[in-house]
Every structure is written in C-alpha cells, then in structure tokens.
Ligand binder design. Sequence first.
Ligand SMILES: Cc1ncc(COP(=O)(O)O)c(C=O)c1O
Length: 448
Amino acid sequence: MENRPDWTDEQWYAADLTSVAGVERLRFFPQVVASGAGSVLTTPEGREVIDLSASWTATGLGHAHPDVVAAAERALRAAPGGSVLSGTHPDAVLLARALCERVEVTAPAGERRAYLGHAGTDANDVALRAARHVTGRAGIVAFEGGYHGGLGASQSVSGLHISGGTTADPDLTLVPYPDVYRPWQDSAETLLADTLARVEAALADGSVAAVLVEPIQSDGGVLVPPDGFLAGLREATSRHGALLVIDEVKVGLGRTGHFLAHHAEGVVPDLVTLGKALGNGLPVSALVGPASALDEPAASALMTTIGNPVSCAAALAVLELLDDGTLAASAARLGEQATETIRGFAAGDRPGAAHVGQVRGRGLSVGIELVRPGTQEPADDLAAKTAFAGWSNGVVAYPVRGNVLEITPPLTITPAELQTGLERLLAALDAAACGEVADEDVAAFSGW
Ligand SMILES: Cc1ncc(COP(=O)(O)O)c(C=O)c1O
C-alpha cells in the first residue's frame, strides 16, 4: 500500500483507460473509488459520494459491511483451498444448505441442490444447460430488454445484448416484457393476456426447455410486471413440460421488500439464480433447483475456484443478515421515501421536473424515466448528462435502457443518506435540463 502512487482522481482514471481492457468498461462518468463504507464511497482524493447504485446492487448490504468483512477475513485466514471442485469445505456446504433451505423450488428441501458460481452470468448459463439437459429440449423463451449475463449462453438469450448486436441463441424466442408503463398502450389486463398468449404460442410445439425471466426487468428499464405475469408463466410452463427459471440476480435478496422478488406473486419456480448482492461485493453466485436437474451430468460445469471459501463465507453472512426480514422491510419503506421524494420533485416547478415522465419500481429498485417535456419521447441524452453531473455533485446513479435513471442503493442506507443522495441527483437533473452539461462532457462515456 505504501508504495502506491499518490495520484489525483483524474490521474487514476487516465491510468485506467490505458491499462484496463475496454471490453469490461460500462462507464457513465470518470468514477474512481478508493474505499467505501455503508452507502458512502470515497475517491483517492478523499471526496465522499453517496452510492445510489450499490455497484449495480452487488454491494446490497453496503460497502464493507462488518459481518461480511469478518466472515471473509476468517475464511481467507483459514484458507481451506480454493474451491469445491475436488474437495469440499464447511463454508461451501453451509452456504449450499442455507440456499436450499431458503430458496423454494419445485422439489422438497432435501432434494434441492445449489450450484455455487462466480457471477450471474455463469449461474444463468448453468441454469440454461440444466433445463436443456433435464427436458431434452433446446428452446428457450426469454424477454425483449432482458439481461441475464455478459458472456456466452447468458448473453445470447439477453434481449438487451441482442438488440445491441450480439448473436442470439439459435433456439431463442424473445417475447416483449409486459410494460404497463406505456399508458397510451393497452390496459394491463390486455397486455398481460397478449404476453401470455405469445409465450403460449412459443411453448405450443413442445420444443422449449425453459422460460427465463426477471421478476422485475431492471436493465430493461425498471419494469414491474402486472400481477399475474409470473403466475401465468408458471401455469403455462408446467402445462407444456418446460422449466420456469427466475433470474433474481439483480433484484433478489431483500431489495424489493421480499426475500426474493418473485415472492410478491407467490410462485414456485423450477430454477432460481442469484448473484450480485449474494457476496456483498465478493464474486459469488448460485443456482438453486431440484437435484434431478443439477446433479447430472457430473463434472459438466467446472471452474477452478467455484465455491471459493472467501466468497462462500461472505454469502453465508449475507443470508444470515437477511434472515429476520428487517432489511427487506426497511427496503420497502425506503423505496416509498424515494418514490415520494421524486414524485414531489416532478410535481414542482424546478427545471428538471417537466422531464420526469414516470417514477416506478418496488422497494429499493426504483426507476426515473426521463422524457422530453410534454411528450413520451425518451430523453437518453438527459439521463446520461444527469448521471454525469450527479458524480460531480456527489452521487452515483446509472442510466438503464437509455432514459431511465436507476436507484438501487444498499438496503442499509439511512433515510437521511437516501434523501441527500436523491437531492444531489435531482439537482444534477436540473443542471442537465438547463443545459449546464455539454455534449463534449459526456462524449467519452458511451455507457451501454
Ligand atoms: C437480472 C440479471 N441477471 C444476470 C446478470 C449478470 O450478472 P453478472 O454481471 O454478475 O454476471 C445481471 C447483471 O446485471 C442481471 O441484472
């Protein structure tokens, strides 16, 4: 540590651009962070910034949560090898058991298994293969605007990537996600019926292994589906012998006010994927499902450090912290605070107000859709400029689907921090709406 260069924030960022591969950058402003605590990030120069993203929900319980740090430290010092590949260790066993107990799927607890991976991407990849293996079918139904991973199979069924140019899986059918936030479109009932009819049509010939769905479409614009959507998918998949795979990577683990977001509808999926917040910043993911889907073929989903002891210990601590439901209940309350604050802003006469087309979400998964005043026309440039100005103002929030600012702070954020963070973001929106952010300022940040 002592030998580190004493660079400014700008120097660190410039050095990143000439050393870290561009393929793994998704940048909206020149963010450099030296440390974090709770919901506050600190830059190398010592500037404090409120994190309304929680690193895209990966630090769901806040940066450096003391229980998670203690668990990870303990596991790092104990050092029982690197994985569960050719031998096991207590943290992996306890984590797998904890997941099987807590995540209800279509098999009794004793007949469930948990795959322990590194990221949402590999958890969804393994889910797709498990569904294909167990059904002997190739087809996958997923949704336009969906995001399931940044590489390989998971990327090839992600509607967002496909519209961005990635090659689609040859056996994929993409169906529009039911977007009830288009008031000029059909009613929620008609939209739901239309979506389910499209899924039904895709399932009809018996070639579909799985329907893969986000319980709230997050990167696709923070879309909460109409009631009955997941239940309809459950009913249709069961009838056609396909699996229902629910991707809880982004909104699971307390964020929506429920332990898992799909609990709002009470459905029981066949497979559930988890990631991001599971390790509270450490790389760990999971896929929970019936042993019949996840035990075979043996040795077919291997990475050297899967079930890594440090990641497993952290994940176990995260699950224990969520157990009494206090954090989920607080996420529901804080979500109301956030939506009320933003709606209050939108009803006022500050410069940014007329640009707020909609405020939506569930719990601490909130989206602010930005539009051209008086229209429904998306204002992608304004979202990019607001996020950019937000960073200078001391807040982190990212745009999704172009024109939606996503608010997903750590569940541990205090009401006062949330309020300050939102005030900074809304001030940034005012500044962007007044033309205070130039096109050249954001030109270097291509985002998605
Ligand atoms: C719903 C969902 N699934 C899967 C993933 C992929 O997870 P990861 O980036 O950890 O591979 C993401 C990431 O944004 C996501 O939002």
